[in-house]
Every structure is written in C-alpha cells, then in structure tokens.
Design a protein. Structure first.
Length: 178
C-alpha cells in the first residue's frame, strides 16, 4: 500500500504541475487575485488530496489519472467548473511574479474535499496522507498559504466578497478524526 500511495502522490504532484489552458482562462467575476510573490508555489497537499478522492470516488473507466478523476468528481458534485478546482493547486504567473487566482467559492470546494476525505479516514491512502501532515486541521494543510493570502487580501478591505470568503474559511475548523 505504501508504494501505491507514493506512486499516487508523485503522479498527482506531476499532473498538477503541468501547464493547463484553464490557468489562462481563470479570470472574471468568479475569481480574485491574492498573495503575490516572486516564487512559484505548488500546493502539493491539495493535489494529493484530489488524487486520493479521484482514486476512491472517481470513474475507474475514464482512462484519466486519479488527479483528473478527483477534479471531475468534485466539480460534478458541486455543479461548478473543473477550472474552479484546478486553480487552487498553484500560484499563477502575474505581474513579474506569481499570485493565487482564487475562486469565490473556495470555501464550498474545501468543505466538499474535507467531507469526502473524512468519510474515508480509514482508507489506507487517506490514513497515510493524513499522517504526513503537520496540522490536525484540514484547512491548515489543504490551503494553508492560500488562506493566509486570502486573509491578507481581506484586511486590505477593498472588496466585501473577499472578506466574506475569509470569514467562511475561518469557520472551517474541522480536525482530522473529528
């Protein structure tokens, strides 16, 4: 099972790092930018969680990777675009640096991911994944850096919608094993 998890994690990180045309199209009224920096940032924990979800809940006959099956499954469950999930995996190029393109529905997506993982906490791959995390709170290892960027954007106070997103995320305090 260890090799299965390690292989799945490697594949998820690799899949998430590829350029996706959706990265360019993630703009408009569904997204806001936050967390600018000079360095690229890939959210490996988020990508691995998506792959685990794809391996458990996704279509086995799709011919796609667990990562892509996870994205498709969550998008279908929530009635949102795959782009709104994929965009959470990394910072995107922006003004000589990188920033998060964050969908306003990030809290709904995060709640769904947590719920799907919680239902399977006894699954060997879920157990292995959760045992490797630094925090006991799902939000803290699934979107830690992005959450910090969202809180900073909310402090600047230019958009009420961003403040609402930060408040919704603050309310997600589910711990592993609860």
């Amino acid at each position: 099972m260890e090799n299965n998890f390690n292989e799945m994690a490697y594949d998820a990180v690799t899949d998430a790092a590829h350029f996706d045309f959706d990265d360019i199209l993630a703009l408009g009224a569904n997204y806001f930018r936050c967390g600018w920096g000079e360095e690229k940032y890939y959210n490996h924990s988020f990508s691995i969680a998506i792959a685990i979800i794809g391996s458990i809940y996704g279509s086995k006959n799709s011919g796609r990777s667990d990562y892509h099956n996870g994205i498709s499954f969550i998008a279908s469950e929530l009635g949102i675009t795959k782009r709104q999930i994929k965009v959470l995996r990394k910072k995107m190029k922006h003004k000589d640096g990188f920033s998060f393109k964050t969908p306003y529905n990030v809290s709904t997506t995060l709640k769904e991911i947590i719920d799907l993982l919680k239902r399977q906490e006894q699954n060997p791959n879920v157990k292995k994944f959760l045992s490797q995390q630094r925090s006991e709170m799902y939000r803290e290892f699934l979107i830690e850096k992005q959450f910090e960027a969202i809180k900073e954007a909310a402090k600047k106070g230019k958009r009420e919608k961003v403040k609402n997103v930060a408040d919704e995320l603050r309310g997600i305090t589910t711990k592993v094993g609860e």
